[in-house]
Design a protein around this ligand. Structure first.
Ligand code: IMP
Ligand code: MG
Length: 174
């Protein structure tokens, strides 16, 4: 792990992440005051962001998870697979989808399309990172913690070939 860490350049520290996640949770708390949203995390990449975010959402809510795969190593393989659907019914619910990165837009677009089929009351999306320069599908997230340029980042849930997810900071893989 030591040698591998030498190839990483820290982009956001634990403190910077916590501060932004907390701001986003406050906005969600205000926007969903009096509601009971179903907050759906996208596995695996969003697991850490999701856990930190929902911990600070100060209203009643429920949580669930979906799993989507679109990446092989550093390169997008294009097609998005939903290999796990959520367990809780979304019909009539206010849904917030929580994802790690909005990159080409294909993953969130596919997940939102699937959820819309089950007639939710509303659907919004929250992402830790937005890479707008990479977009191939027209998609805008409602809550964005950080906008970043076209860099491949790891840590805080994000992986490169399943490695680095456990890092408490976000780094650029050199
Ligand atoms: P999209 O479908 O192209 O928007 O891709 C979104 C998915 O690609 C995310 O859920 C991530 O799993 C993965 N991804 C995109 N960029 C990065 C990155 O910089 N590091 C790690 N995973 C990434
Ligand atoms: Mg992902």
């Amino acid at each position: 792990m030591e040698i591998e860490r030498e190839q990483l350049q820290v982009l956001f520290t634990r403190e910077q992440l916590a501060q932004k996640v907390s701001c986003t949770a406050k906005r969600i708390t205000e926007d969903y005051n009096g509601k009971n949203p179903l907050i759906i995390g996208v596995l695996n990449g969003a697991f850490m962001f999701f856990a930190d975010l929902v911990r600070e959402v100060d209203i009643p809510c429920e949580v669930d998870f979906v799993r989507a795969e679109s990446y092989s190593g550093k390169f997008s393989i294009g097609e998005v697979t939903l290999s796990l659907k959520g367990k809780l019914p979304v019909c009539g619910r206010d849904i917030i989808i929580v994802e790690d990165i909005l990159d080409t837009g294909r993953t969130l677009n596919k997940i939102r399309e699937e959820i819309l089929k089950d007639s939710p009351k509303s659907v919004k999306t929250a992402v830790l990172f937005d890479k707008p320069s990479r977009r191939t599908v027209d998609f805008k997230a409602d809550y964005i913690c950080f906008e970043i340029p076209d860099l491949f980042v790891v840590g805080y849930g994000l992986d490169c070939d399943e490695k680095y997810r456990n890092l408490p900071f976000v780094a650029v893989k050199k």
